[in-house]
Design a protein around this ligand. Sequence first.
Ligand SMILES: Nc1nc2c(c(=O)[nH]1)N[C@H]1C(S)=C(S)[C@@H](COP(=O)(O)OP(=O)(O)OC[C@H]3O[C@@H](n4cnc5c(=O)[nH]c(N)nc54)[C@H](O)[C@@H]3O)O[C@H]1N2
Ligand SMILES: Nc1nc2c(c(=O)[nH]1)N[C@H]1C(S)=C(S)[C@@H](COP(=O)(O)OP(=O)(O)OC[C@H]3O[C@@H](n4cnc5c(=O)[nH]c(N)nc54)[C@H](O)[C@@H]3O)O[C@H]1N2
Ligand code: SF4
Ligand SMILES: [Mo]
Length: 702
Amino acid sequence: MTKTLHHRACHLCEAICGLTIETTLEDDACVRITSIKGDALDTFSRGHICPKAVALQDIQNDPDRLRQPMRRIGSEWQPIAWQDAFDLVAERLLDIQQRHGQNAVAVYQGNPSVHNYGLMTHSNYFLGLLKTRNRFSATSVDQLPHHLTSYLMYGHGLLLPIPDIDHTDFMLILGGNPLASNGSIMTVPDVEKRLKAIQARGGKVVVVDPRRSETAAIADQHVFIRPGGDAALLFGLLHTLFAEDLTRDSHLPVDGLKDVRAAVAHMDADTMSQRCGVPAEQIRQLARDFACAESAVCYGRMGVSTQAFGTLCHWLVQLINLVTGNLDRVGGALCTEPALDLVASTSGGSFNRWQSRVSHLPEYSGELPVSALAEEMLTEGDGQVKALVTVAGNPVLSTPNGRQLDQALEGLEFMVSIDLYINETTRHADLILPSTSALENDHYDTTFNLFAVRNVTRFNRAILAKPEGALHDWEIFVGLAKAFAARAERELKPTVSPAHMIDRGLRAGAYGDASDVKLSLETLRDYPHGLDLGALKPNLATRLKTANQHIQAAPEVILADLVRFAAVPAPSPDQLLLIGRRHVRSNNSWMHNYHRLVKGKPRHQLLMHPDDLAHRGLSDGQRVRVRSRVGMIEVEVLGSVDMMRGVVSLPHGWGHGRPGVQMDIAREQPGQSANDLTDEQQLDALSGNAVLNGVPVTVAAA
Ligand SMILES: Nc1nc2c(c(=O)[nH]1)N[C@H]1C(S)=C(S)[C@@H](COP(=O)(O)OP(=O)(O)OC[C@H]3O[C@@H](n4cnc5c(=O)[nH]c(N)nc54)[C@H](O)[C@@H]3O)O[C@H]1N2
Ligand SMILES: Nc1nc2c(c(=O)[nH]1)N[C@H]1C(S)=C(S)[C@@H](COP(=O)(O)OP(=O)(O)OC[C@H]3O[C@@H](n4cnc5c(=O)[nH]c(N)nc54)[C@H](O)[C@@H]3O)O[C@H]1N2
Ligand code: SF4
Ligand SMILES: [Mo]
């Protein structure tokens, strides 16, 4: 038995923790993973690890994970050869496009697409050939408001200022629970230690959340807020900063601040307090505390981007950092300067160049909001979607009104999924094309190095050999592209491997051939634990991509949205509102098939304040019916004093009990899908992002 130690970044969430993985060459000539630990020599993650990383071996060994392409005939799945599968996809998609037009084929790309470098470099090699406007992704059930705000204010949708968590004196967190999620649009391994370090150096952490989350529990202050009330709270903060002269000059060139002042002139803390339930004096004091801190950063995430005024929220977050002098400042919000800089190498984005056919939702960077996907399939007429390609996504469980989409998928002429499992979505596919597992593939993080709280980089080779006959995701896309181009008689430019592209990108980047660091894949081999390229530094002035290289503080489309904000009546305090919840042992919809992560008590119950239970004559542990405009589910309810009154919480990603799902462990503990309650008609109308938090529901005994 020979043991080997490997080092690799974990790709499962945004924290990119360094791992040490031991493999053993056993007497039967099989290589097995014998241990997975945090890598103490990774200077970024410093040995931090969470339970999901240990389950990487379970993904590897899972008998339910597909290892060859599968074709569905009725309800039976049969293996099919790769080339036959590629030819079939090309034939069916081309035929549908010839009969119904290019937009009749839709595409949905899910979250793991950004955690897998081959999907980043090569999905478009095939998907681009389809030339369809019906492109969707998980972006519009997540962070679209961040991109739109940065595109409008800074000229590039990926120029996202990141909290300088290691140097700040005051961190205001809205709608993020990094202790469970391990951070998002803030790549921050070991986040708990970093938050506690703020407190240890005399600083303060404040969390705004309708639930006393794990992060709120360690904060200095927790502010309860009615779901969806954050724009009002942020307006109240900004107004106070102006009214009490708490602003600080910025070194950055800014246009439009006068317009901002005028636009928020009547949004005082008293008026805004009625919209969000936070007492006016608390809003004013929070503004003072923020402005008086030596350095401070306001950070909003998932919980505030997936609400009705998600884009206003992120715009206000930027403005609060800007007017207090904390944008582009050490201890404030800073833009990461990664080795492979997508800000430098891609176009800034685009907005509203076209709209969805049925509901006229706006395009962003070539994609439409996924809330429109089902109706594009269900509404007859020219341009109706007849076929779907899904890539590493499970929209039946992750997008609003998932039941409707579930039914719409049944009516498609053809569907192909590039995925590892037969799950709630892919069970509808005609073909599933599974790639190698992550440990059989090289890894370079193209995305999360860009959002990291330090400038870091690393490249790791595959740990396990590629099984015979298996293909990497990128090779599947090359196979599909070749088959499609041949049949369509279109020219296909040759391509190179992802590793080759990364090498080129590294050499051309800020730490590449023209610098002293001379980064390339070759030089990165000397840094198996990752390479630290230093703390974040102010750089925004030189990286702005707006036409005049000034920050646009008052983009027209955002100011226009203030009319919508003003028109919304104050929510009724009697209305029960649903929010989500993440747990460190779960990862969206797809990691419930590993015993290690799901063992013990279930974690997918509805949480409700004990007073709200009593008010309805319900008791802890009872089965209840939760209803919204679009659906009804039956779940167990638990009393929790951590919930704000009038708010209930249910995690998403469950609901594995649907027929045909081939994930044995997940089916034993199926839970119900929160997205059978979320409503595809509830949107941040400006961006088209889905509202997943603050969904009106009723709860009654089952
Ligand atoms: N109600 C509610 N809904 C939500 C959220 C919420 O908080 N509340 N969160 C939203 C957010 S933030 C997100 S990002 C979305 C996620 O939504 P999705 O991206 O649609 O869903 P995932 O659960 O991430 O599904 C990942 C799929 O990729 C497959 N997969 C995993 N690794 C690979 C790989 O390497 N290659 C390939 N080809 N496939 C792979 C898995 O088998 C699975 O089918 O959900 C959103 N939905
Ligand atoms: N363990 C684990 N880690 C993950 C994931 C996972 O599924 N599991 N998913 C990954 C993905 S795809 C993403 S995008 C990130 C997301 O990472 P985060 O943005 O940290 O998301 P959550 O953990 O869902 O935290 C959102 C918080 O917002 C609160 N909230 C809900 N509604 C409102 C509201 O109206 N106002 C305010 N102020 N707060 C509100 C919720 O109570 C919750 O505490 O996590 C990533 N990491
Ligand atoms: S927090 Fe867990 S899942 Fe996320 S990168 Fe680190 S080890 Fe992986
Ligand atoms: Mo996400």
